[in-house]
Design a protein around this ligand. Structure first.
Ligand code: NAD
Length: 368
């Protein structure tokens, strides 16, 4: 059997720095756990524009469609801010998501005990938190037609349309239920069925899929505004939260901040299963290219390394190895390893990006 294939698109700014650490972790799993990957690398974002005049070439796009998973760093930077909209770095990212049809965005909000004091909430509310937001990513109000700014009766009118088909709702519901089966078996679906017809359909279809296919899962429904309140009041009541594109955008940012630093947040975007049964998949940190610290060895690589842990779990069915990697990260944090973004008011000397990578590799060695 050949190794599974990975395409690394490190991108701009701190992207290449944090992905260098991910590459060392990938090598470790090949050497120490007999879990080899065939890794190729290519350009996306501003660096692709510099070389090719576009943020993603057709050849890179075609390659992304063929591999078992894409690992992305980050794109963008001030030098690209004035480019034409069609060739901005973000267009490369959006093209990947669209053409791979990555409709399920998974964002965990996990609070490492050692970092519980970084949360804006009290320690006991967030310590041990481990929830997953499943957000529909390719439909809803960000894509619905009609849209635009029109003139009506001499006045400007801004229009966006919230639109979901039952097929779109059913497939994201299945993603959430499948995920819940690998976790604690609980899904809470959030919409605004009290004021939106699309919310009524959302609730109906999620309930139908649940009854027909996932009776073993515990399903509850909540209005999204209440969901936002509950997330900051008592987030540990949730396990998997299922929601649409707009509410998911907001709720996942809200949940993420429960856990502290942007440098700690991974994500996965999944599509339909390919011929080999693995879903189309792209894994990336939530943060951007951080031009303010790029090239200085200050970036925290943990968000990208945790994204690779998600790849191990969701693309390659290596839950135990993903847990090993997450455990190694928890251990170095408990031992006090901190990059600059994780420094508390007490100060100290922060680790560089590479030193954090070294510490995680040492903890992985110790886990054997
Ligand atoms: P950002 O996430 O890049 O940075 C926000 C702040 O968090 C900065 O102070 C940065 O130094 C810090 N930070 C982020 N990641 C960090 C890490 N791993 N370790 C330590 N500190 C970290 O967001 P921004 O400043 O709004 O955007 C910068 C650029 O990134 C823009 O061009 C933007 O368009 C782009 N961007 C890209 C993505 C992506 O590629 N997915 C996402 C968001 C923003």
């Amino acid at each position: 059997m050949s190794n599974p294939s990975l395409l690394i698109l490190a991108g701009d700014g701190i992207g290449p720095e944090v992905m260098d650490e991910v590459k060392r972790i990938i090598t470790w799993f090949g050497e120490k756990r007999d879990l080899g990957f065939d890794v190729t690398e290519d350009l996306v974002g501003g660096c692709a524009y510099d070389v090719h005049g576009v943020p993603l070439t057709d050849a890179t796009m075609a390659h992304a469609q063929e591999v078992d998973a894409v690992l992305l760093g980050a794109v963008g930077g001030p030098q690209y801010d004035n480019l034409d909209f069609s060739v901005k770095p973000e267009r490369g990212l959006l093209r990947l998501r669209k053409e791979m049809d990555l409709f399920a965005n998974l964002r965990p909000a996990q609070c490492f005990d050692a970092l519980a004091d970084f949360s804006s909430l009290k320690r006991d509310i967030v310590a041990g938190l481990d929830i997953m937001i499943v957000r529909e990513l390719t439909s809803g109000v960000y894509f619905g037609e009609p849209r635009g700014i029109h003139i009506e009766n001499g006045m400007r009118v801004g229009i966006n349309t919230q639109r979901y088909t039952e097929a779109e709702i059913a497939r994201i519901a299945r993603s959430a239920f499948e995920l819940a089966r690998k976790r604690s078996g609980k899904v809470c679906s959030m919409e605004k069925a009290n004021v939106m017809e699309s919310g009524i359909l959302w609730r109906d279809v999620v309930t139908e899929v649940h009854q027909a296919e996932y009776p073993d899962i515990e399903l509850s429904h909540m209005y999204a505004d209440n969901g936002a309140m509950q997330l900051v009041r008592a987030p540990k009541q949730f396990d998997v939260i299922l929601t649409d594109n707009l509410f998911g955008d907001i709720l996942s940012d809200c949940a993420a901040m429960l856990t502290g630093s942007l440098g700690m947040l991974p994500s996965a975007s999944l599509g339909q299963p390919m011929a080999n049964g693995r879903p189309k998949a792209m894994y990336e940190p939530v943060h951007g290219s951080a031009p303010d610290i790029a090239g200085q060895g200050k970036a925290n690589p943990i968000a990208s390394i945790l994204s690779f842990a998600m790849a191990l779990r969701y693309s390659f069915d290596q839950g135990a190895e993903a847990a090993r990697l997450e455990g190694a990260i928890a251990k170095v944090l408990e031992d006090g390893a901190r990059t600059g973004d994780l420094m508390g008011p007490e100060g100290g000397t922060p680790l560089s990006t590479t030193q954090m990578g070294d510490a995680i590799l040492a903890a992985l060695d110790a886990s054997l």
